[in-house]
Design a protein around this ligand. Structure first.
Ligand code: AMP
Ligand code: MG
Length: 422
């Protein structure tokens, strides 16, 4: 349950210095609880969904002993020590068609990978290691007992935990549950998220651009950033810089969504109404963050709806979404919040910076043939410059104390992806 005081407590005094990125992240973490509603879905629809109930394996995996190789199944009691020995092949165990007969002394069964190992056998020898003449199979002097058999339950035992909660399900998880015969799973319901842009200057793509207007890039970027199997995302369009309209929109949207995200109008200009309206109709914190780009951030709750008022500049939207919105959505949908992977790289360009704010500069990360990570600035670093961000494949994270980076200094990078161009 949301406690109004929880948000009020983390309000930041107007006169105080800028709030650090980590403190703001912590403040958000402290107040958000996971939604509790659960739905049952077939595993085929499970990719990326958040498992809501720990899954136990109803069976042993594999269910029966089976061969790890194509070869011959035999009893180790028939091994003759230190010399080759001959066994009679009396049948075949195919994958899916086990050998049903029984065997006597010095007999063996042809077996294929995945086929059930017949009762009498406790060993499998690979076909490459034997010599065969008609049904006479000669095994070498160094034949070992007990090899090449996968025991029943050697992957997972019956009733053992298959997957613990909370977990965002991967392709491998779905394969694992399928191996256990699990057809349906309980997952958290999807979050409903509405987002909109604010600004008199904004035109949607497909419309002619009038003088003084710019195209709205944030909505298209946010729609993509929010794409996730755990979200139902609604584009609420552009809201003009009209306080009454903004207030009406916020109040009605807050009743319809779990989360509402706006961009723009969150600074302190004359047309920046988000803060005032939120103060009036919700429990809202307005933070001036020690982050660049992305200084102003409003966060809080309107009735039962979490609200994020992101800055207007597109690069600031990207950065604040990643640092604040994304972990909050993860936590709300039932996951532990995660953070971007950070690596150290040698910086090959000079980076300008003044102390005071943690910066997320846009960089191009490379790996040399020797494995060393190097990074260069992707270009100019103004918060309206999406082009350099589009060229980039990582953020170069510079601490608030940093006052610039010289060539060959080590910097921290957060890759956008775990793959880089070859
Ligand atoms: P604001 O916070 O509303 O003062 O906006 C800061 C800057 O971001 C201004 O230059 C705006 O024109 C720009 N901006 C605001 N919203 C958008 C948007 N949706 N798409 C592109 N630029 C925007
Ligand atoms: Mg504006």
């Amino acid at each position: 349950m949301f406690e109004p005081s929880a948000v009020t407590e983390i309000c930041y005094p107007k006169t105080a210095k800028l709030l650090s990125v980590s403190q703001a992240q912590q403040n958000i973490r402290d107040v958000i609880n996971s939604i509790t509603d659960i739905e049952v879905i077939p595993i085929a629809d499970g990719l990326g969904r958040i498992l809501a109930e720990t899954v136990l394996s109803p069976i042993d995996i594999p269910p029966q002993r089976n061969a790890a190789m194509d070869g011959y199944a035999f009893s180790s009691a028939d091994i003759t020590l230190n010399q080759p020995f001959c066994l009679k092949e009396i049948g075949t165990s195919w994958a899916g068609r086990p050998f049903m007969g029984s065997a006597e002394k010095n007999q063996c069964v042809r077996i294929f990978t995945g086929a059930v190992v017949p009762e009498f056998a406790d060993s499998v020898i690979a076909q490459e290691q034997v010599e065969r003449q008609a049904n006479d199979i000669t095994l070498p002097a160094n034949t070992l007992a007990g090899k090449n058999i996968r025991a029943a339950g050697s992957d997972v035992k019956q009733f053992e935990t298959l997957i613990n909660t909370p977990k965002k399900l991967t392709a491998c998880d779905l394969g694992l549950m399928a191996a256990a015969g699990v057809a349906q799973i309980k997952v958290k319901r999807r979050l409903t998220i509405g987002f909109f842009s604010t600004g008199d200057e904004l035109t949607s793509v497909g419309q002619p651009l009038q003088s003084g207007q710019i195209y709205d890039s944030n909505r298209y970027m946010l729609a993509a950033l929010l794409q996730d199997p755990n979200h139902f995302v609604s584009d609420l369009g552009v809201i003009r810089d009209d306080p009454e309209l903004l207030e009406r929109t916020l109040i009605s949207a807050a009743n319809a969504f779990d989360v509402l995200i706006s961009t723009g109008g969150a600074s302190v200009g004359d047309a920046d109404f988000v803060k005032q309206i939120l103060e009036k109709c919700g429990q809202i914190n307005f933070w001036k963050l020690a982050i660049k780009p992305g200084k102003p951030l409003a966060f809080g709750k309107i009735n039962n709806c979490w609200f994020f008022g992101l800055p207007g500049n597109p690069v600031a939207v990207l950065v604040t979404h990643q640092q604040f919105v994304r972990p909050a959505l993860q936590q709300l949908s039932g996951l532990q919040p995660s953070k971007p992977l950070q690596l150290k790289a040698v910086c090959k360009t000079v980076l300008r910076k003044t102390p005071g704010r943690q910066e997320y500069q846009r960089g191009i990360l490379n790996q040399t043939s020797a494995g060393e990570l190097t990074v260069i600035a992707a270009g100019e670093q103004d918060s309206h410059q999406l082009k350099t961000t589009s060229l980039a494949n990582c953020f170069i994270v510079l601490s608030s104390e940093c006052n610039g980076v010289a060539i060959d200094e080590i910097v921290t990078v957060e890759p956008f992806d775990t793959y880089i161009s070859v």
